[in-house]
Structure formats: C-alpha cells, structure tokens
Design a protein around this ligand. Structure first.
Ligand SMILES: [Zn+2]
Length: 273
C-alpha cells in the first residue's frame, strides 16, 4: 500500500528564509497532501491541502491577511476533486482524512469531505474549539476552516495502540490496526504535529510533513533562523524532531516533506494516471 502525493498549491519564498545559508533567489514551495487506498479502511487522505476557502470568497480579516502574505497559487489539477477523478473517485468516496496538524494549508479543503472519519488528536481539537479566534491565530489556526461537528467524527489518534516504527524512530499510533500506517509525534512545528510512517513499504517512508520546509534544512546547521523560527510552536522540540527524522533517513528510510520543492517518487505526475 503505497501513498501518492498531490500538490494543491505553490507558495513562493526566498530560499534563504527556509534554509540557513540558502540563496536569496525565490523558490516555489509545494503544498502536498497525500492519498492511499487501504484494503479495509478504503480511500484515505493525508491532510487536505490549500483550497479556495483560503484564497477567495467570504473570509475573516485574518485569513485575508494570511492569504495576502503567503499568496498561495492554487494548482487546479492538484485540487482534491481533480486528483480523485484521476482515480475514478469523488470526494464522497473518501472514507477518512488523517490530519497532521491544523494549519490552514492542511485543512482548507476539509469541507469537501463531510462524511469522512477524521484521524486527529481529540484533545487538541477540543482546545481549538474552546479557544477564542485570536488565541487560535497565535497558533496559526483559522477555526473558520474547520467544518462544524468535526469532533463527532474524529478518531482520537492518541487513544490508538502503539507500535514501534522502523529505524529507531520510536513508537507510533497504529492507525488501522495492521501496522501499515503509524502516526509519529513530531512536535515543534505546530501543536500536536504528527508525521506518518508507512512502515511496511520495501523502504519505509516517513511523511514528516512540516518538520522542515526543505529536506536540506533537516540538518542542524541548515535549519533556518529568524523569521522562520518565529512560526515554530516550540523551537527546541522542532530541532529534536528534525534530528529524529534525519536519523531515520540516515538509517535507510525515505523521508518526504510537505513543502520540499524537489520531485519525489511519491508525487503524482502531470500525466493522467
Ligand atoms: Zn504547518
């Protein structure tokens, strides 16, 4: 069971902002989300990418400012409806969405899947729902992007059984009970940030989401400082998570990040499948 990753949008930023010692030239970061078909659980999404709820229509002031600041260029062919169509599926066929964290570029198309189970941290979701809009903003969370009644269809990741992930990555939550996909706590970037380890692939894959923006930035001497470090929820935890991800990679695992601009063997190509 191999996941594929689509690109929902591009975000342009100077390389220097996301890579210590990088150049000042602009690079185009991707905003990936994934999908796979689990033999029992069906069609599953990993996050939900950027979508038009961020870039157009009725939005709160803060979300409009956020959109103006980051200026994501949506990729029409990478939006979930178009990607699912390539697999002969529609949003209604998606049975579950796994949320790595609640930042806008991971939840903006969640409203397309009102029927799907959502794998997330219930304690964090409760905290978000109980907090004021401004306090959520301080954590980079736009509650207006979260559909109503999310908690009622949430499977709490933290209550699932644990299992050891390969290459010394530590314990992960066994999402489907079969050891195929383990949710790994990788704190620091955002509250409750988790990565996903596809432990049963011939070469195990760790989707480390936003532990860094670039693969090259995983090593300690290339991690960006100010102002990128401002975004981190916990800088010390972030550095430790990056160290663990790098160790997994050096031990022989494959690592994929959400925003890495380089192509990965897991990316959907432009040719229709
Ligand atoms: Zn994020």
């Amino acid at each position: 069971m191999r996941p594929v990753f689509a690109n929902s949008a591009f975000v342009t930023a100077p390389e220097r902002l996301v890579l210590r010692g990088g150049r000042w030239r602009n690079i185009r970061l991707k905003v990936r989300y994934g999908l796979f078909r689990h033999p029992d659980a069906g069609l599953v999404l990993i996050d939900a990418g950027y979508g038009p709820r961020v870039t157009q229509g009725r939005r709160g002031l803060a979300l409009r400012l956020y959109n103006a600041l980051f200026g994501p260029e949506l990729v029409a062919a990478g939006q979930p409806e178009a990607v699912l169509r390539r697999f002969g599926a529609a949003p209604a066929d998606v049975s579950a969405v796994i949320l790595s964290h609640f930042h806008a570029d991971h939840v903006a198309t969640l409203d397309l899947f009102p029927q799907a189970r959502v794998f997330a941290k219930t304690r964090l979701l409760n905290r978000i729902e109980g907090r004021s809009g401004w306090r959520n903003l301080r954590h980079g969370v736009f509650a207006e992007l979260l559909p109503e009644g999310l908690a009622a269809r949430t499977v709490d990741i933290d209550r699932l059984a644990v299992r050891d992930a390969p290459f010394g990555l530590g314990a992960g939550r066994n999402l489907f009970g079969d050891g195929s996909v383990l949710a790994i706590d990788l704190p620091g970037h955002a509250e409750g940030h988790v990565g996903l380890c596809f432990a049963r692939l011939p070469v195990p894959l760790l989707y480390a989401v936003d532990v860094q923006w670039l693969i090259d930035a995983l090593s300690e001497d290339r991690q960006p400082g100010f102002p990128a470090s401002l975004i981190a929820d916990d800088r010390r935890a972030l550095a430790e998570s990056a160290r663990r991800v790098l160790a997994f990679r050096q031990a022989g695992g494959q690592v994929l990040l959400c925003h890495e601009p380089g192509d990965s063997p897991y990316d959907l190509t432009d040719d229709p499948a």
